[in-house]
Design a protein around this ligand. Structure first.
Ligand code: SD4
Length: 327
């Protein structure tokens, strides 16, 4: 007879094979079947395995620090110059300013957020300070900068040589065309559950490349880029923020779980709602959800949305099922 561990191993092997479900298929995605109850779980968008590991290490060394685990994990991406969609090295707006959006939400339903933040790199940490040290949920622009300064954050030039070079090249044609699945390590949305079953999450981005000045996306908007309801589950979104904001996708995913859907069913329904409203789309949105039982789901409009789940026992790197089956 197989032990539970062997069984989990087998499942994770099966699940590491990308799962692609055609829009017409009734096949129930298999990722749903995994249950990580009573484990630390970290689930994040794209290829953010290192960030997951940072969060898991903190959760394993100090179970109480759910928000710190999430914050430090997201900071690692914000500080990584090679991730050109988040923090340092993030692509600028069309006027050449790097502006960051981020939010964080805890298991008690408290939220903090910053939008249109310039000159400070740890956007998620500033968002956490908004949660902890202000009577507000969201600070924006100059106000967010002043607050970051008053909290002792250091200013930083967010351009790297590479992002500056790419911006110069972009200016030759100045064509705004958000890319699908850019680089495979885009905006980070990170959800976590600790062994006590408490849920929290965060999201951080520099937004879509070469956006209009002043544009804010879904990532810092509670209910769009992120939502946490400790009773039922949490969800995060990535991709073209305008589509996510118009559907409140993360809030919707959590509400659908509250009504009895599995995380996978909820993510799929969120994507289908977007398509239903907008018609055929050449844009990407990916949604991740995690419920209170430790089940998770992932679904996207286009093929190629990857995620990583890291628990006490497994690392699962997967590709979400998608509405359209083309790359
Ligand atoms: C935005 N949702 O600003 C972000 C961008 C993103 O993967 O997620 N890219 O619209």
């Amino acid at each position: 007879m197989r032990t539970r561990r062997q069984f989990n191993k087998l499942l994770s092997l099966l699940l590491s094979i990308p799962i692609v479900v055609d829009q017409c298929s009734d096949e129930k995605p298999k990722v749903d079947n995994l249950n990580f109850q009573s484990q630390n779980i970290v689930l994040s968008t794209w290829n953010n395995e290192n960030a997951n590991k940072i969060a898991l290490d903190i959760l394993q060394s100090n179970n109480a620090e759910l928000l710190t685990a999430i914050e430090k994990a997201v900071n690692s991406v914000e500080l990584n110059p090679d991730d050109m969609s988040v923090g340092y090295g993030g692509r600028p707006d069309r006027d050449g300013h790097v502006t960051l959006d981020a939010c964080i939400m805890d298991h008690l339903g408290n939220a903090g957020s910053v939008t249109f933040l310039e000159n400070y790199v740890e956007a998620v940490s500033v968002a956490r300070r908004v949660l902890e040290n202000t009577p507000h949920v969201m600070l924006s622009g100059i106000g967010a900068e002043q607050f970051a300064d008053s909290e002792g954050f250091a200013k930083k030039d967010l351009f790297t040589a590479e992002s500056r070079k790419q911006f110069k090249e972009w200016r030759i044609n100045s064509e705004y065309k958000p890319q699908i699945n850019i680089e495979q390590h885009d905006t980070i949305g990170l959800l976590a559950m600790n062994r006590d079953g408490n849920l929290s999450g965060a999201c951080s981005t520099s937004g879509v490349a070469y956006k209009m000045r002043g544009r804010v996306g879904d990532s810092p908007i509670i209910g769009s880029g992120l939502y946490v309801d400790n009773e039922y589950g949490c969800a995060t979104a990535t991709g073209l923020g305008e589509l996510v904001m118009e559907s409140c996708s993360s809030f919707l995913a959590v509400e659908l779980m509250r009504q009895g859907m599995s995380p996978m069913e909820a993510c799929k329904e969120c994507v289908q709602r977007i398509i239903k409203k907008k018609g055929a789309l050449d844009a990407q949105v990916g949604i991740l959800a995690l419920n209170k039982s430790g089940e998770f789901g992932a679904y996207s409009i286009q093929k190629g949305f990857t995620y990583v789940l890291t628990s006490d026992s497994e690392v699962i790197k997967g590709e979400a099922s998608s509405y359209y089956n083309k790359s």
